[in-house]
Design a protein around this ligand. Structure first.
Ligand code: GLU
Length: 454
């Protein structure tokens, strides 16, 4: 879009508080915010709550809270339900000038009752407008007839309120979903009736599911709060949403909100539908999680450690802290981590396993007993390792012996004695997390169990 215009640039986000905050709404808000900020303009938030039956304050609260959480902040705020007088003024003006008229009709909602609706006198022309993304669009408005713009003089409808507000608030750019293209001719007719200037229009491509149908609940989460609950960070969501239908024209993929403010432009917005790819969003999340310090990551995971884990007999914060590098490696979202915790993936850190001699036995050994000399030697070596040794030191202390007798022969029984599991982190990591004295105890218990079993 050309920024060489005389009026200060103003964009707006106009959510109807009739449902939860959809990620498509968040993307539209983001694009409007970025565009205004990029050009030193103003970004307005306007709640469009003229539909009294469907609008709910709790939805408004959720939408505003969600957008603010993402870092999308506004310079001014309006609520349409508080602007009835403004709409009445404009209705009276165009009724007086003959561009609209009051029509006594039977109520649609209450048959048998007479109502006085306001209809726009349609000049029946062809409306042509230039959309910044889709180019020139023409509509023959004849078939719209004299459409209703207010249910009564105090109850203006969406098309009318949107046009009056964009005019009153000096909105210069209307950036919104493609589903509003078909509303635009009606709104232009109203603009012409009230003498408003036409804003620049940019209609964003729809967000599609991988099968190219319109993204909906049946494809998974579509509400921002659902993603937040799963532990997607705002940085990942912003970065992902920005690239959902917009292409920066370079290979760069990682953008902070500030980076986006520097480079975003509507010229990079595509015409075709934007496919929602959850794997890509997860990729961004992992990227942003990898940038957290250990302390930040610890705060991030706090609420995802289930009680069942915190109640394990050896649970200690110090051990949880030692698990952080491992958790980072395996965690894409907090929901993943919670799932792994519940599946017992980290139990080895907080409880001694019940030894299972058949599992401890290395595959080449005929009986579990054959592992005993190796486990005993390893126990001896572990007894010499300081309790707080790091993983490299632990590995150094055991590696030579493991190479001597065969890595599988030594490390498999060791790891299974420590974790009780067929699959678990390597034994050096486990010893680091639980400390060498606990590791020693677990190996001795494993040896005792093997002896008793055979
Ligand atoms: N309130 C409308 C909606 O939520 C948006 C109006 C507009 O952007 O023009 O769909």
């Amino acid at each position: 879009m050309s920024i060489f215009q005389s009026k200060p640039l103003i964009t707006r986000m106009a959510p109807s508080p009739t449902g939860h905050l959809h990620i498509g709404t968040a993307r539209t808000a983001l694009f409007n915010f970025l565009y205004a900020k990029r050009h030193g303009g103003t970004f307005i938030m306007r709640t469009e709550d003229t539909d009294k039956e469907r609008s709910k304050p709790e939805y408004e609260e959720e939408i505003l809270r969600g957008l603010a959480w993402l870092g999308i902040t506004w310079d001014a705020f309006y609520r349409q339900s508080e602007r009835t007088d403004v709409y009445r003024g404009y209705l009276e003006k165009i009724i007086k000038s003959g561009k609209a008229y009051v029509s006594k009709e039977e109520s649609k909602s209450k048959p048998g009752e007479q109502v006085e609706v306001v209809r726009l006198k349609n000049p029946n022309t062809t409306i042509t407008f230039t959309d910044e993304i889709r180019g020139e669009i023409s509509f023959d408005t004849t078939e719209l007839g004299d459409f209703v713009i207010a249910r009564s003089i105090d109850d203006a409808l969406y098309h009318f309120t949107v046009v009056v507000d964009d005019h009153e608030m000096n909105v210069t750019h209307v950036i919104r979903g493609e589903d509003h293209i078909s509303n635009t001719p009606r709104q232009i007719l109203i603009q012409e009736a009230i003498g408003a200037e036409r804003p620049v229009y940019a209609h964003l491509p729809l967000i599609l599911a991988p099968d190219r149908s319109k993204l909906s609940k049946r494809h998974g989460a579509v509400m921002l709060d659902e993603y937040v609950a799963q532990g997607f960070t705002k940085e990942a969501i912003i970065n992902y949403l920005a690239l959902l239908g917009w292409n920066p024209g370079t290979d760069q993929e990682l953008y902070s909100l500030d980076d986006l403010i520097r480079v975003f432009d509507t010229s990079g917005i595509q015409k075709s539908g934007a496919i929602f790819n959850i794997d890509k969003l997860k990729w961004f999340n992992k990227e942003y999680l990898s940038r957290l310090t250990d302390d930040e990551f610890y705060t991030y995971i706090q609420d995802s450690i289930p009680e069942s884990v915190r109640e394990l007999p050896q649970y200690a914060e110090s051990r949880l802290l030692k698990l952080i590098p491992l958790m980072r490696e395996r965690t894409t979202t907090r929901a993943d981590l919670e799932h792994d915790c519940r599946a017992g993936e980290y139990d080895f850190a907080f409880s001694a396993p019940q030894p299972n001699p058949e599992l401890i036995k290395w595959k080449k050994d005929a009986t579990p007993r054959e592992t005993l000399p190796r486990l005993q030697k390893l126990a001896e070596l572990i007894a010499t390792i300081p309790e707080d040794a790091d993983t490299a030191v632990i590995k150094d202390s055991l590696w030579k012996y493991a190479e001597e007798v065969g890595k599988g022969e030594a490390l498999w029984p060791l790891r299974v004695s420590l974790s009780g599991k067929e699959q678990s982190p390597d034994p050096f990591t486990i010893i680091n997390v639980i400390g060498s004295p606990e590791a020693y105890k677990r190996i001795i218990t494993a040896c005792d169990t093997i002896l008793r079993a055979s």
